[in-house]
Design a protein around this ligand. Sequence first.
Ligand code: ARG
Length: 315
Amino acid sequence: MTLLTPATPPATALQPTRARTATPRRFLMCPPVHFDVVYAINPWMDVTVPVDAGHAVVQWQALKAAYESRGHIVDVISPVPGLPDMVYAANGGIVVGGKALAARFTHPERQPEGTAYESWLNASGPARGVTSLGQAAERNEGEGDLLWDGEVMLAGTGFRTTRAAHAEVAARLDVEVVTLELVDPRFYHLDTALAVLSPAGTRSDGGTRAEIAFFPEAFTPESQAVLRERYPDAIEATEEDAVVLGLNAVSDGRHVFLSDRATGMHASLRGRGFEPVGIDLSELLKGGGSVKCCTLELRPAPSPTVPQSAKEARA
Ligand code: ARG
């Protein structure tokens, strides 16, 4: 009789998922103390549905605590009475490489928010390694439509931010812009239809491009093709996950903060080795926003790289 030695599984089989590393982030958030739905500028908003601002604050605090308990720093901007959408801080501007451009909103109801965020960036930016370039000249809804993938700026248009704004962002922030056209009014901002999961150059599997998730039907066929070509391994979300704003997510490279209702996305993320962190923001969904909408990332200028010889000299 031949005794069979159990085969040793290859090393990769021992690790069903690749190791993911979180990098600490700095976010700006605005408490929803004045949150309400008193006008309707997207299909999620129904002025006849009552809103509980107190409950919105409690849910928002849980999101803030979820970030802080994982090592992220959260700055808070003072909410302004009469600006019920100011809680959606992502729309306040875009901050990349230590340069900040404040938003210029489409709808008159939100326009004063641009000034409020600009003032905060002017006053509080420098201490955080951020230089304010003032307010955008073109119609620009900040990180609602501008998602930095670590290499290029993914830029949405069709409902809010204009192509002229994309050109302005390219020139003033000195970045390459990839324009993507949105077609479904439920997904009126890019960050309702696409999430950057790990920025370019941070992957542990040797890949160099960013990893993203997106809902294809929110985009024109041409933009879907651009996304599939650029990110062949993207997670393509289902409509079920998209309609609970499951793509409105924030990732630190390991933890992905997103709606607790987007259960399909949670499973896909786990399958890729990410840790989904489910957040209940049911009140803020009444305004058409979720996790990412409430979060503006402040990206400081990269610290000067220490030449290898200097590192060796110190060691
Ligand atoms: N009620 C707000 C609007 O329609 C929601 C903004 C959500 N923010 C976002 N980043 N998608 O403008």
